[in-house]
Design a protein around this ligand. Structure first.
Ligand SMILES: C[S@@+](CC[C@H](N)C(=O)[O-])C[C@H]1O[C@@H](n2cnc3c(N)ncnc32)[C@H](O)[C@@H]1O
Length: 427
């Protein structure tokens, strides 16, 4: 049986953390609303943003959990674990293989406690240096045994090209973690509470593999898949919430983190999205580029119900890549925060280009943009990366005399008649 070094959460640990990674050396000043956590460059790359940590702590506090500790067996910076501890006012156990990270994590526990209104949880919270899969030994180090764990959250380190790797190449491997910790979970009527962060690039077959693995232990437990986006055109996080941590009758949930730290979320049943190959935009229609995470979550149906009036037509004219696109006869109800949060560009179709957007074809494009009183025309279409800045530069130069117009964008759509480009004017 291996042993773990036990680090209590106390002010004494702060001095050690300061030697390993002086505060502010990496990230300068934190946002005023966030605790100033210790980190190394490696931890900064791996750690969960504080706004995500807090949102999850709120979500978890809505779940019916049994008595017991909160466990993160690969806790890294500890930010997620201690956001839970502080939000739920419960003791936590973090385990981290890397000794320096473990010290910083324990210090972060103290910092989170100092920044919150209640720090009683710290007296029974610990970070252990060692192997997070060694369940029985870890619990024994802090005087616990049996079914002592109310929630396990784990964010395993994963290979960068996850799709080409098996799930067991995550560190620590999920199958080993479940195998070793299963007997220590508190089991309620919905099963244990387990939250696992996975690669956003996980294939659907790999998602099913995780489900099958969890259900092989607790067959009747519910599952909620959660997609998180920060609106950068890709999915930032994919997480499975299992058993007591899952949301009732909610197989899928979508979270969009806004730059001010607030979160827009909605949930429901995922449906398959289909591309309408026959739809071609006409003048007066609306083209909208949406967050790719929305389609990945399968929750586009619920979103559309909020986004468009019932009388509007709606066709997904592109469903893959970073710029999924919707074609509708009516404008989107952008005043609703749930709608706007998932839109990267929306505009009314003004005209269809008769020529391909190339450097040589700038003059006729400018004629169309001028006729629409556009102040800017942003390229939102696929093109040679080397040509893009040249064409954008010439468009910017050509439209600089019309600053009072509305901005627009140039979108491309694969139609039955081939590739086509449309000038769209923003509302
Ligand atoms: C993706 S990071 C976790 C990041 C964390 N969620 C945060 O916000 O900082 C994964 C961590 O697991 C640790 N790790 C890998 N294998 C482990 C094991 N067998 N036991 C404990 N920790 C392990 C790594 O050192 C790394 O710090």
């Amino acid at each position: 049986m291996s042993t773990h070094r036990v680090l209590p959460i106390s002010p004494d640990i702060l001095g050690f953390a300061e030697i390993i990674a002086p505060q502010g050396e990496i990230d300068g000043k934190p946002k005023p609303s966030e605790p100033h956590l210790y980190q190394t460059y490696r931890m900064k790359r791996l750690s969960t943003p504080w706004s995500v940590c807090l949102t999850r702590a709120e979500q978890l506090s809505d779940c019916r959990l049994g008595k017991g500790i909160l466990l993160d067996p690969a806790c890294g910076s500890g930010s997620q674990l201690f956001a839970y501890c502080s939000g739920l006012e419960r003791a936590g156990l973090g385990i981290e293989l890397d000794a320096d990270s473990a010290v910083l994590s324990a210090a972060n526990g103290q910092i989170v406690a100092d920044s919150g209104s209640n720090s009683e949880w710290t007296s029974e919270s610990f970070v252990l240096v060692g192997d997070g899969t060694d369940a029985t030994a870890a619990l024994a180090e802090i005087g616990l045994s049996g079914r002592a764990v109310a929630v396990m959250h784990v964010d395993p380190a994963r290979p960068l090209d996850t799709q080409n790797h098996s799930l067991d190449e995550m560190e620590p491997p999920i199958s080993t973690l479940l195998n070793r910790w299963a007997e220590h979970f508190v089991i309620g009527s919905r099963g244990p509470a387990i939250i696992i962060d996975l690669s956003p690039r996980l294939l659907e077959t790999q998602q099913r593999e995780i489900e099958v693995l969890l259900l092989s232990y607790w067959p009747d437990s519910p599952i909620t898949w959660e997609w998180v986006s920060t609106g950068r055109g890709r999915i930032d996080r994919l997480t499975i919430w299992f058993g007591a941590a899952a949301e009732s009758a909610t197989p899928a949930r979508m979270l969009r983190l806004l730059s001010d730290g607030s979160v827009v979320s909605f949930a429901g049943r995922a449906t398959e999205v289909k591309r309408t190959t026959s739809a071609t935009p006409s003048t007066g229609d609306w083209l909208t580029i949406v967050d790719s995470a929305l389609l990945a979550s399968g929750l586009q149906g619920q979103w559309l119900r909020e986004a468009l009036p019932a009388e509007s037509t709606r066709h997904w004219v592109r469903i893959s890549g970073r710029r999924p696109m919707l074609l509708s006869s009516e404008p989107l109800q952008m005043e609703k925060s749930l709608v706007g949060a998932f839109v990267s560009s929306t505009g009314q179709v003004i005209s269809r280009l008769k020529v391909e957007p190339t450097v040589e074809n700038i003059p006729p494009i400018l004629v169309s943009a001028n006729a629409a009183y556009l102040s800017r025309l942003t390229l939102r279409c696929k093109m040679e990366p080397s040509a893009q800045p040249k064409i954008q530069g010439k468009l910017d130069h050509g439209l600089k005399d019309y600053p009072r117009g509305k901005p627009g964008f140039l979108a491309d759509v694969e139609t039955n008649g081939g590739h086509a480009w449309f000038i769209c004017k923003e509302p």
